[in-house]
Design a binder for this molecule. Sequence first.
Ligand code: GAL
Length: 662
Amino acid sequence: MNHYQFGVDYYPEHWPKERWATDARMMREMGIQIVRMAEFSWAKFEPSEGAFRFEDLDEAIDILGREGIDVILGTPSAAPPAWIVERDPDIQPLDWTMRRRHFGGRHHDCQSHPVYRAHIKRYVTAFAAHYADNPHVVGWQVDNELGNSHGDLCFCEHCEARFRAWLKQKYVTIDELNRAWGTAFWSQGYASFDQVHAPRVTVTGLNPSQDLDWKRFTSNLICEFHQFQADILRAHAPGKFITHNLMGFCSKPSYYDLGKQLDFASHDQYPGGHFHARHDEYRADWHAAELDFIRAVKQKSFWIMEQQSGITGWEILGRAPKPGQIPLWAMQCVAHGADTIVFFRWRSCAMGTEQYWHGILPHNGVPGRYHREISAFMKKYAPLLKELNGSVPKAEMAILRSYDQERAFDIQPHHPQHRYIQHLATYYKAFHRANVPVDFVGEEHDFTPYKVLIAPLQFLMTPEHAAKLRAYVERGGTLVLTWRSGVKDGTNLCHTEGALPCLVDDLCGVALAEYDCLRDTTGLVHWDGVDYPCDIWCDVLETTTAEPIAVYAHEFYAGSPAITRNRYGKGTVYYVGTQMAPELADRFACELCADAGIKPLLVTPHGVEVTHRVVDGKRYLFLLNHLETSQRVDVPASWRTWDDADWSGELSELGVQVFVEE
Ligand code: GAL
């Protein structure tokens, strides 16, 4: 049972001890029940080998405990201290030009280095044992945002040795590796596994099969690095949960794999972050997509481990959150399935890289607007979060998010502007605009609960995957496949038999005539008398059993099918041959929902998002206005306001209203 609705990330080591009791009291008064601490504090707690000094942390935990606040502790492997680096400098990673990345930031570690592993084992064992019986320490986080700056980073001999062992286990013989990687090309054949390296800086392009395996390997390495620490924690401090602060669509480790080791998933949500190119761009749909994806990691509700609580940035800052925007962002997380919101961070830090990544309190520790808004939000919504605990939005439609397809397109994007995740977002955003709830799934998940499965860019197509898609359609599912599907096998070699999309051409009822890459140009799709723009790529289709529902209206293939529909078994398969502009995606989403019998939650003006969570048949509906103007929204008479507020039909700027329907 999760007892927590609100928390905060706290770094007592950055502040004088005399302040800790004040902080703890202020946190309790605000409604904070849990803090996460210690994930970057190795140097302080082990200033030299084996000399553990947990006294200050004990004291901070004790002070918080006296205010009724529990603690999640982070293992500090994202920031090995100077004394380790000085003694064992080669635990610092080598980038792919074989250049050393040095101490002075964070994540300056090689995850496979045996000496570094020994240091981690010593620390984490002592840490876990020390806090095993502390009743206030209720959970763990291993490292921090694994995959953030990890993954492709280290190419040292230890990483390569592990890569070779991984390949040996996968391919058994070197002949099989040569076949699977197509090493006949450019004389790349290997006589033994010892000759195989991580992809290094080369004069020309890399072998795409080698690169795909390297990306898969680095994902596995990150997960194994997590498992290494999780095993120690579970052995020495049983009965406490383990979670991890994931980063939405980050693609370095597979979160489906990492999720198997977690009790529940957590996510870091910074909607107003400093990293966006344009701050006037509408991004609420993108943030919604990331939240829906995090829910897919364990297919259940989740936590936010870092929720933006002020203006943020490192050297460059983003925009200041407007009044009401921080509560709106937090409520959006709740609306998509978050049970607990932990705000990052308690107080803006006076030192180091993150001086401008503001917390609930400003540098001087005196509460201001962020504190006021967050306090009011917590007070009002703590009872709601309790009622919602463990529930999730219910969706009839799923989007397949595949790490492997994404890796393959990272290696060969085809078009300079093509990004796998952006392509998924084309579909997600259309359903978001229509207020149709969406789940994400991975290849391993069960597709059968969904009326519609959107499986974009199924570039790598194995017989097993094709069979799973086929079975889904045969039983009555509606499947959407998109361009460049069925092109390659599981090791990134092109299929050489049958028509594209290979292994599923009969399922789609199409055979590809040819394709075009829309370099420096765009195209048109003609549908029911309207021309819609398309971009990036065109699969030119010939139908076998499918019916064309839209055709191209540009180039020498004008009149050829661009979108098709095929009835197969008890189900239906759509094939979309091009990258749709938003207007076309909306038209397609509308067609698909009508055909599959899926109804939107509500029709709302642009910028008003609607989601729902269902608790024992009772529906909670969230209306979120992401725009800075108030908007008129008509809701059904059966919805009553959760807080018994009078509903005027007007949602204020950046406003939130929760309804219930019995
Ligand atoms: C997150 C990270 C935190 C902190 C924050 C602000 O990505 O987990 O440790 O760095 O960003 O930059």
